[in-house]
Design a protein around this ligand. Structure first.
Ligand SMILES: *Cc1c(COP(=O)(O)O)cnc(C)c1O
Length: 366
């Protein structure tokens, strides 16, 4: 049988061969990221994107019983840290264009809770599969109601809105360097802050909240969240390739756009507006079963038979057992995405031959 084609898998050996390991690379990686992201942001390199979200919530002042508004259509790592803080998530549905938090529902929900005298403490919005969110409208809502905004750009490294990089819009932003992301350290993340003050507090919390004494003194709960120097070395070397990685993913995206061009009932999730620059981390499609004559599950099964990995879109948080009972405001958009969508192999090292196999496999279903 042909070797397996994965959704998004880096070349472990090649990356390590190209890595130059140095003692002070955590700092070097932070500086390189600050330069890459621009907008005078301060970066803290951490051991995961999830830790970055957790610290962002703490820095935003989220405490026990506070309300946090969160996009329902996301990976669970966006929402879990709300529970780490013993705060309460309120989930909001997506809009249909960029699949990000619906600004209308967001504003209605904020108004409702303010009228109940329970103003939410923070909002977490995310990039979907590398696509910028409707960030401009969301920022203006967050500013108007004076609520802290956290931008989960875990998969959005290199994506931008009106030439400003994703992750740099909110009061805090986060990026993930998980193994399957566009740039990997085989496990890692970054917190993006506005001020040196926030950065220093994040480093302190991420280092067990050890105070500045020769002995070990701690007055607050701390965490072991800092990035290690091996991961940082990998990240620093890999950052040199980021433009190449984005180019490859965008090329693969175009391959799918062409492949599905004349197939009825298939919508490729794409940029409909030049202001939104997606890194196309994963190319996603929606299948209208009635028009296409087959479902997302049928396609996934066919691909699997040909040893090709695919994955359903995120199952929304308001449908997850772990968040049972949490309030949700929506109109079925994210549930529809989950029911009809599929993520297709999009790794930057897919070969021409891999794409040929994918094309052949998909054509079998028709
Ligand atoms: C990958 C991902 C995360 C989590 O990042 P980790 O580095 O794996 O902790 C968070 N949110 C979204 C949307 C992601 O895709």
């Amino acid at each position: 049988m042909d070797s397996k084609i994965y959704l998004s898998k880096p070349n472990f050996k090649e990356i390590l061969i190209n890595t130059s390991f140095k003692d002070n690379n955590v700092l070097n990686f932070e500086v390189a990221l600050e330069k890459y992201l621009g907008s005078n942001k301060k970066i803290v390199a951490l051991n995961s994107g999830t830790s970055a979200i957790h610290l962002a919530l703490i820095l935003a002042g989220v405490q026990k019983d506070d309300l946090v508004i969160c996009q329902s259509f996301t990976f669970v790592a966006t929402a879990n840290p709300i529970l780490y803080q013993r705060a309460k998530p309120i989930f909001i549905d997506s809009e249909i264009e960029k699949w990000s938090m619906c600004p209308l529902l967001l504003e209605q929900t904020i108004k409702k809770y303010i009228s109940l005298n329970k103003k939410p403490k923070a909002i977490i919005v995310n990039c979907n599969y590398g696509m910028p969110s409707k960030i401009e409208t969301i920022i203006s809502i967050a500013k108007f109601y004076d609520i802290k905004l956290i931008e989960d750009a875990a998969s959005g490294l290199g994506a931008s809105y009106k030439d400003q990089k994703c992750g740099t819009f909110g009061d805090f932003g986060i990026i993930s360097f998980n193994e399957n992301k566009i740039l990997t350290t085989f496990g890692g993340g970054a917190l993006i802050c506005k001020s040196e003050e926030d950065k220093n507090r994040a480093i302190y919390l991420a280092s067990q909240a050890k105070e500045k004494f020769d002995y070990y003194q701690h007055s607050e709960i701390g965490y072991n969240y800092k990035m290690d120097k091996l991961s940082a070395s990998v990240g620093l070397s890999e950052l040199k390739n980021i433009e190449q990685y984005i180019l490859s993913r965008r090329k693969i995206h175009l391959f799918y756009v062409e492949l599905f061009q004349n197939m009825e009932g298939i919508h490729v999730f794409h940029n409909s507006d030049d202001n939104y620059f997606s890194n196309h981390w994963l190319t996603c499609i929606l299948i209208n079963e009635k028009l296409a004559g087959f479902s997302n599950e049928d396609m996934s099964n066919q691909l699997l038979k040909d040893n090709i990995e695919s994955r359903p879109l995120w199952k929304p948080m308001h449908l997850q057992p772990v968040f049972k009972g949490c309030p949700f405001y929506g109109d079925g958009v994210s549930e529809g995405l989950f029911n009809s969508g599929l993520c297709l192999p999009s790794g930057s090292n897919l070969t021409e031959n891999d794409l040929e196999r994918i094309s052949t496999s998909i054509k079998k279903i028709l």
